[in-house]
Design a protein around this ligand. Structure first.
Ligand code: MF3
Ligand code: CO
Ligand code: CO
Length: 267
């Protein structure tokens, strides 16, 4: 999340929710298409081209390309890169972890999600980080109660992550989503009391996208490309993201994949 275009919350009515659901479904389909290609030897520019072509072939629009000047269709964040990694020509290799974050626009509605992939055999420490980050996303989703507050999401994630010995990135957060990429409410992954004002009413749509680090939670933006966010200490970082709609019966995940890890998955 970078900046909000709109400052008012948006509660979606039934017809709008269907628009958002369709966007989430297509975005998940794109991630399922990409996952077969996320292997040692491929580079992230190749992944980006695949994502771009697939999106256009299905009549939809890549959301990141050109967004605030971002140069590519997807974000690919390898190892110590926290988020907003720009696809490049370095081939993925055994032992890497890579977050692939994709956002598409379907009939004006945004879908946004990411997964961290492990390439070949990764260290036990890296695997535990990825597992904990994946589980932290679901801890956050379950903390999102109808009529509850956004603070509860971050409180639950932070408690879970720190108990496991990892730190939670503070400078980037989840966000409201809808006809805009980033809108109110901001969704911090640690407890922020100001978020008590943000109520998770029925029709609220937002992302949860925790970034967990092995070392410090602090980050630094690459001074040259002005996008790539790295951990300040160079230690590993992982992230998972879903787009969520608050419904009468609680949080609904709009970006569920067919072939990816589901809640409870053991990597
Ligand atoms: N997909 C990211 C998010 O989860 C935002 C990426 S913005 C970009 O909010 F410009 F870097 F693509
Ligand atoms: Co997002
Ligand atoms: Co994203």
């Amino acid at each position: 999340m970078l900046a909000f275009k709109k400052t008012i919350p948006l509660y979606l009515h039934a017809e709008e929710r269907e628009g958002l659901r369709a966007a989430g479904r297509f975005n998940a389909q794109l991630l399922d298409f990409l996952r077969d290609h996320v292997k040692a030897g491929i580079n992230t520019v190749q992944l980006d081209k695949l994502a771009h072509q697939y999106t256009l072939d299905h009549g939809h629009t890549p959301a990141c390309l050109g967004y605030l000047g971002y140069p590519k269709t997807i974000c690919t964040s390898v190892n110590e890169v926290v988020c907003h990694g720009i696809p490049n020509t370095r081939p993925l290799k055994d032992g890497d972890i890579i977050n692939v974050d994709i956002t598409t626009i379907v009939n004006g509605w945004y879908g946004d999600q990411s997964e961290t992939f492990m390439i070949g055999a990764v260290s036990n420490h890296a695997k535990r980080l990825v597992q904990t980050t994946f589980d932290a996303l679901f801890v956050g989703i379950h903390a999102a109660r109808r009529g509850g507050t956004v603070t509860e999401i971050g409180r639950a994630i932070q408690a879970f992550a720190t108990t496991a010995g990892f730190s939670v990135v503070r400078e980037y957060q989840g966000h409201g989503i809808g006809r805009d990429f980033h809108q109110e409410p901001g969704v911090p992954h640690y407890p922020v009391l100001a978020s008590n004002r943000d109520l998770l009413k029925v029709g609220t749509c937002f992302t949860i996208e925790p970034m967990l680090n092995i070392g410090s939670w602090k980050t630094r933006v690459d001074p040259k490309d002005k996008w790539t966010v790295r951990t300040i200490d160079g230690a590993l970082s992982a992230q998972f993201e879903h787009t969520i709609l608050m419904t009468e019966s609680g949080p609904e995940i709009l970006t569920l994949t067919q072939n990816g890890p589901q809640e409870g998955h053991k990597f």
